[in-house]
Design a protein around this ligand. Structure first.
Ligand SMILES: Nc1ncnc2c1ncn2[C@@H]1O[C@H](COP(=O)(O)OP(=O)(O)OP(=O)(O)O)[C@@H](O)[C@H]1O
Length: 228
């Protein structure tokens, strides 16, 4: 569960990126976070992943109180979250299998666990026979699937996807969003930051809309329309 209570974030240069944001994402939720450029979406994600801390307000992530989390606990908290980015962020010189292996080794997984888990996650994202490929030998949509498989490798309770379809054509974007929906149906909480109105409206999930650092609407089956 992720809970923000009256979160304010002021950057060092004085920019007030968040001005009293409260929201709760329960286990199993699927949430779209939408809003114009500069509205505060990335700031919310960076707060949740403990890359930055709030100026004030309460922040809980998967049982960790980020207001007084120790340096030692931060990596443990981060293991509960898998993150997917617009630009995939795969290691180009490593195969698909190795990209996922690196993420698992980083948290101390055993060779046995790695051998068992990687075929499972590759199968889940529809890349059963592509473990030996390099990222450059895959399409953009396939690369994003690898990134999703890697995010899932350590069995996080939440996947955060920051503009996951920003580099993909509409058909591939729909496939990626459907894959995230499938992963959500299997029990993982999903938070997707996106600008893609058509996709948001098509999926009929909860939509949290932010503007100038404030939440302006939060509705199940929300609609992401033009010119609010
Ligand atoms: N490190 C920083 N220092 C100062 N100001 C920042 C910093 N990062 C972001 N900001 C400012 O905070 C506000 C919110 O930025 P944020 O990146 O959260 O927006 P966003 O909604 O993610 O935008 P986009 O859709 O363009 O990624 C903006 O005014 C931005 O310029």
């Amino acid at each position: 569960m992720i809970r923000l209570r009256d979160i304010h974030k002021e950057y060092q240069n004085g920019t007030k990126a968040l001005k009293g944001v409260s929201m709760q994402i329960d286990d199993g939720d699927f949430v779209f976070l939408v809003g114009p450029s500069g509205s505060g979406k990335s700031t919310i994600i960076k707060l949740i992943t403990a890359e930055i801390s709030p100026t004030r307000g309460k922040l809980m992530v998967n049982g960790y109180n980020l207001n007084d989390i120790s340096e030692k606990q931060i990596p443990l908290m981060r293991r509960t979250i898998g993150v997917v980015f617009q630009d995939f962020r795969l290691i180009e010189k490593k195969t698909v299998y190795e990209n996922i292996e690196v993420a698992m080794r980083a948290v101390g997984a055993t060779t046995y666990e790695i051998r068992r888990r990687i075929p499972y996650v590759l199968d889940l994202v529809g890349l059963t026979n592509k473990g030996g490929r390099l990222p450059t030998q895959l399409s953009g949509g396939e690369q994003q699937r690898v990134a999703i498989a890697r995010a899932l490798a350590n069995n996080p309770s939440v996947i955060i996807a920051d503009e996951p379809t920003g580099n993909l054509d509409p058909a591939r974007s729909l496939e990626i969003m459907s894959l995230l929906e499938k992963i959500n149906d299997m029990g993982t909480t999903i938070l997707v930051v996106t600008h893609e109105r058509e996709l948001v409206n098509r999926f009929g999930k909860r939509v949290v809309a932010i503007e100038s650092g404030r939440i302006i609407s939060d509705a199940a089956g929300g609609y992401y329309g033009n010119g609010r």
